[in-house]
Design a protein. Sequence first.
Length: 172
Amino acid sequence: MAALCFVTSCAAPLETVTKAAFNDEPELVYTHSTPPPGAKEGSCWGKHVTPAELETVTHQIQLQPAEIRTDGTVSAPAVYKTETSQRITKERRELWFETPCAPALTPEFVESLQRALKARGHFRGSVSGYIDLRTRSAIRKYQASQGLDSSILSLAAARKLGLIAYDFEDAG
């Protein structure tokens, strides 16, 4: 059952969109009806959305200068207005990546995944065959070193872990 929670986007035309959040992970979207443009039929995809980063900027704007007498004393202080605005420092990003399809995510596959991650020092839990929080954390640690900060297993990572054979016809 937990393996079914790992389902990502497959090109089969279903009308379902499921969103989930895990810990501090940006929003994860599993969609079954909208794979990325150019996706081959029957392929499965994960979508990692990183929200925009905003910066709040506060400015003091002088509305009226101070009134200064001829002897140098201030008869009325300057009047200021505080304005606060936000600006985007980093744009929102959507990253699509190919994933193993749901039928491949059997308990045996997940056990092999957990053992492979454990052998590389990323997984510290018991091999259970379920994609639990520890497994997701280990997937994220493994993939982050390869430039994908996501707890959804990518097809590329599964291949590098030796869990899925390379498709040399697709390679070129």
